[in-house]
Design a protein around this ligand. Sequence first.
Ligand code: FES
Length: 166
Amino acid sequence: MSNETNRRDFLGYTFAAVAAVGGAASLVGMKKAWDPLPSVLSSGFTEFDLSAVKAGHPSTIMWRGKPVFILKKTADMQPNKRDLIINGDRYTIAIGLCTHLGCIPAWKKTKWKCPCHGGEFNASGEEIFGPPPRPLDLPPFSISGTKIVLGEEGPEYKKIAAAMKA
Ligand code: FES
C-alpha cells in the first residue's frame, strides 16, 4: 500500500515537473514571438551625436526610411521658435521631405531648395518660396546630453511642437 502511494506520488511529481518545464518553455517562445524584431527596434529609434555637427553644414541622417536634416545654426542665422537649443547652440531639426510633394530639398549655402518645383525653405525649415504649403515637418525626438534620439517624444520636442502650432 505504501509502495503504491509512493509510486503515485512519484508519477504526480514527474508530471508536475514536465508540465512546469513545458509551460516555461511555452512562455519563452510566446515572448520571443511578441517582442519586436531587432530590425524593427533599430529602425524605430535613431541616435545621433549633435556635438559632431559643424555649424552651417547640415547633416542628413536616416530615420524610419526618411531623411532628417540637422543644422547647427551659424551666428548670422535668424533665431526661430523651432530652434533646439543645447549648450547655447541652436539647431534646426526637420524631416527632409518637401511639404509640397515629398521631394528631398538640397542645402544651398543658407537654405534648402527643392529640385522638383523650386520650393525653398530657410535655415529654420520655414517655407519661403514656391509651392510648399508649410514648413518642413518636425520629427519626434528626445535629448540625452548632446545626443538626439529620433523616434521618441521628449520634453524638448513637445515644447517646439507646441511653439510651432501657436
Ligand atoms: S515637391 Fe518640392 S516644390 Fe514641389
